[in-house]
Design a protein around this ligand. Structure first.
Ligand SMILES: [Fe+2]
Length: 258
């Protein structure tokens, strides 16, 4: 039986992946060193005090629901045992950056491409390559939320249909950036973090809490046209009022761009 809000059509974790297949790997838990677990623990302990106060409640609930721990690098199979019955999503181990068609195929199948590598102690604040801390700590808790779960799959499907059009795909990339990666939401009169780039980076999270970026009300037209720089702290962010808003925005974007 499905938990409330989870329809049978969501159960797509076992769908075979065609384009992404060459990038799928196994997580080798026994290969992590004590030092690597210690890096995970230090990263989590550094972020949690700020996040308990400033993260969206859906993120914090998801963190508990999928059983993330402060002291060890997560076992993705264990995460998926808790996550998949809720929303049909899985955190699926991959070898690194995916080409766009493979990435969107996985999102469309409710499989989140997840790196298994963890950054070294020398790059605690920033790593140019995604790692398991960014991917699992930053992204995966939100996938336990039914509306966010639906939004992200739909986003992947829309983008998979736009592979032929670079300009439209770039616009959709901005929607991803200002929601999934750098999204904020207004809750109880405050701006709360839910984007993985804000959740997983102490510098970026602090930058927002200190009121540095301009926070605009979410507006799809503006977001689709808003350029951004990956390598700099963000100057403009867009606040939603609810996660329904980003689901609906994706449907609107689909109507306009396809
Ligand atoms: Fe990310």
């Amino acid at each position: 039986m499905n938990p409330p809000g989870v329809a049978e059509t969501h159960k797509q974790g076992s769908e075979p992946l065609a384009v992404a297949a060459p990038f799928l790997i196994q997580q080798k838990l026994e290969a992590y060193s004590e030092e690597q677990h210690a890096v995970w623990a230090e990263l989590v302990r550094r972020r949690m005090p700020q996040l308990r106060e400033h993260a969206a409640e859906e993120y914090l609930n998801g963190f508990e629901q999928i059983g993330l721990r402060e002291d060890t690098i997560p076992n993705l199979a264990e995460v998926n045992k808790r996550l998949s019955p809720r929303t049909g999503w899985n955190a699926t181990p991959v070898s690194g950056f995916l080409p766009p068609d493979a990435f969107f195929e996985m999102l469309g199948a409710r499989q989140f491409p997840t790196t298994t590598y963890i950054r070294s102690r020398e790059s605690m604040e920033y790593t140019p390559e995604p790692d398991i801390f960014h991917d699992v700590f930053g992204h995966v808790p939100m996938h336990a939320h039914p509306v966010f779960a639906d939004f992200l799959q739909h986003y992947g499907r829309v983008c998979a249909g736009l592979m032929h059009d670079k300009d439209k795909l770039e616009k959709m990339g901005r929607l991803f950036w200002f929601t999934v990666e750098f999204g904020v939401i207004r809750q109880n009169g405050k701006v709360k973090l839910y984007g993985s780039g804000l959740i997983s980076s102490h510098g970026e999270g602090t930058h927002v809490i200190e009121g540095k970026p301009e926070i605009r009300d979410f507006n799809l037209d503006q977001v689709l046209d808003q350029q951004f720089l990956v390598s700099e702290e963000q100057k403009v962010l867009y606040a939603v009022e609810s996660f329904d808003q980003i689901y609906e925005a994706t449907q609107q974007a689909e109507k306009r761009l396809t």
